[in-house]
Design a protein around this ligand. Structure first.
Ligand SMILES: [Fe+2]
Length: 368
């Protein structure tokens, strides 16, 4: 067996402690200036933000960010499911022969095995964030990337049938523009929007996870505002809110944020990533403070990581939430009794001073 274990069962008994050790060594955040940019047959400029390859202990998923120069296109390739967020620029993607236009704030979904290629049709740079689960697919023995064409400059008209509604030929949503994604705005004049509810001392299971969401304390949203993209597709369909996306393996759930000088509610759940679209602030993750700013990616490891977001600036901020299907479509349900999605609530005014560590967190601090 290994130096540490005499037999398989000893190793099984040691697994939890082993993963805790690995998590402690894993990265929690990466900032724009730390990115290592490379060129590939697919992209002129791409960087891995988070994956096992650069020190993040992920649930088999990866996040990359890539640039398409003006007038150029990526290669054409195919692989497992992919969710894409357009950080800047305008263009289109050809997915299984159909064209889907996009611009800043658009979200796209590449079905498993779909042939796809992205075109920058604007005058400036186009940047896109990509979320996949290739490492999980590889674990399952079906990880495969086929490169059908290499990147290049677009010197002939883009010839493909245009999707008028962002849906594919079988009615699945492939693309949505930011302004077409339903949003919940923050209204400082509205007491409910400001949320007067103090934090709970003892957390409860999140309403949407309960068999009867209406039963038990309703703590409202944990963030001041949100815009729903894929928004936990399976759960939405259960609650009758169908975005049209049929993603199963990965998800760009929503964008969200807290108004200046405010913080979100405290909660604990399985793996998620937060890409910082705008602004700066920090998140207290299991008692540790993680600073972030525009272009950063924060990793919440799970399976029940306590965390809370703070906007300690006088400017708005916006975060994009990403989560793996291994969470939404499998373990969040399967392991619900052992690792429930917990909420303390307490969204509201006030900060934990930047230089204090555990002091303000969970101690009621700014929750009161
Ligand atoms: Fe792709």
């Amino acid at each position: 067996m290994t130096a540490k274990y005499n037999n398989f069962y000893e190793r099984w008994l040691g697994m939890w402690e082993d993963s805790q050790e690995e998590k402690k060594k894993s990265r929690a955040v990466i900032h724009d200036e730390e990115l290592e940019w490379i060129e590939t047959p697919q992209d002129y400029r791409i960087a891995l933000m988070a994956g096992p390859e650069n020190g993040f202990r992920t649930w088999g998923s990866e996040v990359t960010i890539a640039d398409i120069p003006s007038g150029a296109h990526t290669g054409q390739h195919e692989h497992g499911e992919e969710a894409i967020y357009i950080v800047e620029g305008e263009g289109c993607s050809i997915v299984n022969g159909v064209r889907y236009d996009w611009k800043e704030g658009s979200v796209l979904w590449m079905p498993f095995g779909s042939q796809h290629q992205h075109f920058n049709t604007g005058d400036g740079n186009a940047r896109y964030l990509s979320f996949t689960a290739l490492n999980l697919e590889h674990f399952a023995g079906l990880g495969r990337v086929d490169q059908w064409q290499e990147k290049g400059y677009t010197d002939t008209p883009i010839d493909a049938e245009v999707s008028k509604d962002g849906l594919d030929k079988v009615g699945r949503r492939i693309a949505v523009f930011k302004d077409d994604a339903p949003s919940l705005e923050f209204d400082p004049e509205d007491p409910a929007s400001r949320n007067p509810e103090p934090a709970l001392d003892v957390p409860v299971e999140a309403g949407f996870m309960r068999d009867n969401p209406g039963e038990g304390p309703s703590l409202g949203a944990h963030r001041d505002w949100s815009r729903m993209y894929m928004g936990m597709t399976r759960n939405n369909r259960r609650l009758g809110r169908d975005t049209g996306f049929r993603n199963m393996e990965i998800e760009i759930s929503n964008s969200m944020g807290d108004a200046p000088g405010r913080h979100g509610g405290k909660h604990a759940h399985m793996e998620a990533y937060l890409y910082i679209i705008e602004g700066s602030g920090y998140t207290v993750v299991d008692g540790e403070k993680v600073d972030w700013k525009k272009g950063s990616l924060v990793h919440v490891q799970g399976p029940q990581t306590q965390h809370q977001h703070y906007n300690d600036t006088d400017k708005p901020n916006a975060q994009l939430r990403l989560a793996p299907g291994l969470r939404f479509n499998f373990f969040q349900e399967v392991a619900r009794e052992r690792f429930p999605y917990l909420v303390w609530g307490g969204r509201g005014e006030g900060m934990v001073p930047r230089d204090s560590q555990r002091g303000g967190f969970g101690g009621g601090g700014s929750q009161s």
